[in-house]
Design a protein around this ligand. Structure first.
Ligand SMILES: Cc1cc2nc3c(=O)[nH]c(=O)nc-3n(C[C@H](O)[C@H](O)[C@H](O)COP(=O)(O)OP(=O)(O)OC[C@H]3O[C@@H](n4cnc5c(N)ncnc54)[C@H](O)[C@@H]3O)c2cc1C
Length: 330
């Protein structure tokens, strides 16, 4: 088993189930925007640098913007196949029928029908996706950077619309998602890794009573997550992945600096080019003005010459006429 095998499995299950929950729906603008935000932030928080890179590239090339649940469902199917293909095992690329069958079986194993996503509150895999993101969003767990916090906030907020049971109707006739949103709007705290995990625990607790479940303490919730993520088999992978994540972040910062330097250099070159271009066009304008002025002068001279010639001929004519008349009168 490799590192991506266990978080990848949860993540795909979450995404397919999320899309299935909307399968028969026309999406509202709000849902469409939040689903897109989830897709982007989820890719930014995936558990391996290579996966993040490929996934981000995929969603740049295939914008996750949907108007219906069926489009969302099909998108996840195509996305999953695209990743299967990069793993260079063509037998893992499924037809839509096979994918539906596989999804149906995994739901059946957990006692839920393919179109009963509102019953999935107790699926630990889904909560694990959120908890995993909390353990993974920063390389400095006690003091996450603002940028890291922003990504996690976007992710948790959009999870209110993508958790597969988000459309469950609660006792007050509101969808479960709105209880989560109300909670996050006033209580979301991701200023440390632990506080982020407490936020997710409380998201669970906000809905627990609606689903007739006891609430969990943070310690209980973390213990359940650890059992899935950090058991004896996975723990070394988990630690190594954190290290890779840290190394990756440092490389990213170095790349950003390099890019910034190059952009700065380019900006300077652009300024020099602009100045050079300006001087060039100024010279061209002056030259053209001189040529134009010269042509105008020639025209003017020609005009003067013509007027003068005409005047001379006219005078001559008058003179001749006067002479003829004068001699005839004599
Ligand atoms: C967004 C994302 C990007 C990832 N990128 C990479 C990467 O670049 N490199 C890498 O090594 N790993 C990547 N992973 C992890 C990888 O996709 C697998 O999750 C992981 O390798 C475990 O594989 P698995 O064989 O257990 O089955 P998974 O691929 O996790 O699939 C679980 C189950 O889904 C079903 N399934 C398979 N294909 C489809 C489909 N098209 N539609 C619906 N259901 C399907 C199958 O029945 C399968 O048993 C990524 C995961 C995610 C969520």
């Amino acid at each position: 088993m490799v590192w991506s095998d266990f978080w990848g499995y949860w993540n795909w299950l979450y995404k397919h189930a999320s899309a299935r929950a909307y399968y028969y729906q026309v999406l509202t603008e709000e849902e469409s925007v939040q689903i897109e935000m989830f897709e982007v932030s989820n890719c930014q928080l995936l558990g391996c640098p290579g996966c993040r890179y490929h996934a981000m590239k995929y969603i740049i090339d295939h914008k996750p913007k949907f108007t219906t649940g069926k489009e969302y469902w099909k998108y996840e199917f195509d996305f999953h196949n695209a990743v299967n293909q990069t793993k260079q095992n063509p037998s893992m690329v499924l037809t839509m029928e096979e994918a539906e069958e596989s999804f149906k079986n995994r739901m059946m194993d957990r006692g839920v029908g393919i179109d009963e996503m509102e019953k999935t509150f107790l699926f630990q895999d889904f909560w694990n996706v959120l908890l995993f993101a909390c353990t993974y969003f920063t390389i400095t767990p006690d003091a996450p950077k603002e940028m890291e916090q922003d990504i996690l906030k976007r992710f948790l907020f959009s999870a209110c619309y993508t958790l597969p049971f988000n459309r469950y109707i609660c006792n007050d006739n509101r969808m479960a998602r709105y209880h989560l949103i109300d909670f996050l709007q006033t209580n979301m705290n991701v200023s440390t890794q632990e506080k982020a995990m407490i936020t997710v625990t409380n998201m669970y607790n906000v809905l627990a009573l609606e689903f007739n479940q006891p609430i969990r303490t943070y310690a209980e919730n973390k213990a359940i997550f650890d059992l899935h993520a950090n058991d004896g088999k996975n723990y070394p992978l988990f630690v190594r992945a954190q290290e890779v994540h840290a190394e990756d972040q440092l490389k990213l910062i170095a790349l950003q600096k390099e890019l910034h330097g190059k952009l700065h250099e380019k900006k300077n070159n652009d300024t020099i080019n602009t100045v050079t271009n300006d001087t060039y066009w100024q010279n061209v304008s002056i030259a053209l003005s001189i040529v134009l002025g010269f042509v105008l002068l020639l025209n003017l001279l020609y005009l003067v010459k013509m007027v003068w010639k005409f005047k001379w001929k006219f005078n001559k004519h008058i003179e001749n006429h006067t002479n003829v008349n004068g001699s005839s009168s004599v």
